[in-house]
Every structure is written in C-alpha cells, then in structure tokens.
Design a binder for this molecule. Sequence first.
Ligand SMILES: O=P(O)(O)OC[C@H]1O[C@H](OP(=O)(O)OP(=O)(O)O)[C@H](O)[C@@H]1O
Ligand code: HPA
Ligand SMILES: [Mg+2]
Length: 183
Amino acid sequence: MDPEHVDGDLEQILLTEEQIQDKLAELAAAIERDYDGKDLLLVGVLKGAIMVMADLSRHLSRHVEQDWMAISSYGSGTRSSGVVRIVKDLDTDITDRHVLVVEDIIDTGLTLSWLVSNLRSRGPASVEVCTLLRKPEAAKTAVDVRYVGYDIPNAFVVGYGLDYAERYRNLRVVGTLAPHVYS
Ligand SMILES: O=P(O)(O)OC[C@H]1O[C@H](OP(=O)(O)OP(=O)(O)O)[C@H](O)[C@@H]1O
Ligand code: HPA
Ligand SMILES: [Mg+2]
C-alpha cells in the first residue's frame, strides 16, 4: 500500500521504499562479510519484522536459516508496557549457533534487552542484532546493536511492518502518524 491510500493518516514520510531497500542491501553486505564461513540463523521478531526479514534475507547471497519468535510489549497502544510476553518461541535449538536477531525498530530497548538475554541463556555461539530503525532513547540503552539502518526521531512511526492497532503494516514507506489518528 502506498501513502496516498491512507487518507491523510501520515503526517510525514520518513523513509521511502528506495531508502529502505538501499539500506537493507548495505546491511546485508556487511552481514555477509562478518559471517563469512559461518553458519547463520536469522531470528525475526513477529510481527513487526516480517518485512525487514523478507527483504534483508533476499538481499543476502548466501544460505541462512530463518526462525521466528513472537513477543509482545506494545499491545494496541503507542507506548511500551514494559512487560514482555513470549507468544511463540523458536522452533530451533540455538546451542552453538550464530544468531542474528532481525528487528524492525528499537524504541525503548526494553523488548530487545529482554530478548537478547533470553537468547544468550540458551548457549548460542553468538547473538547479534540487526534493526532497520532505532530511536534515540534506545541508543542510550546498554544493548549493543551491531547493525542499525536508520536512527529516527522520537515519534511514533508506522509502515513497513510497523503497526498502530494492527494497521499500516502493509505500507511500503515508514512515516509518522498524524495525531488525529490516535487522539
Ligand atoms: O524497544 P521497544 O520499546 O521495546 O519496542 C520495540 C518493539 O515494539 C514493537 O513490537 P510490538 O510489541 O508492537 O509487536 P508487533 O511487532 O507485533 O507489532 C517492535 O516490533 C519491537 O519488537
Ligand atoms: O514507533 C513505533 N511504531 C510502531 N510500533 C512501535 N513499537 C515500538 N515503537 C514503535
Ligand atoms: Mg506493534
């Protein structure tokens, strides 16, 4: 879906389809270099990361395995509840595996810091993180993020997997939501 199909619900387009794809190609190239000769498992965080996982993995010119976890901390609102809940766990045993967590956004960093420590407790060879978007508050958290696409301002964004009340995930762009939508 394109921005003109959401009836003025976007205040501003932050990232075009081209900017998103160019960045994912760049990140994929870095990942290929860093994991050369190593087995790699991509772990996508549902549901937001579906688009990033689909496009990032297709920019890779190597074999990877893909698995998914569903954890939710936002529910239907615009603020993190701080309570992280596993809705679906991995199907894969990650003992001695190189794991790369694929995220759409790191906002407060609460979801990710919880997830990374959960995964590290399973005895993997390594756990790193790749996110398309990161907000300033998250940049201050202790979680080390190896691959960051774009640092964005501290506003609620939707599109390219990111939702507000489950809508807008199928937008091709990332944009800020106009206040009239949620006020
Ligand atoms: O850094 P944080 O403040 O913890 O926020 C980031 C998380 O929030 C969103 O997921 P959400 O809980 O909305 O689930 P969803 O991906 O299914 O929309 C997003 O996809 C990240 O996983
Ligand atoms: O800005 C956001 N938009 C949508 N989902 C989110 N989850 C954390 N931050 C955001
Ligand atoms: Mg969400």
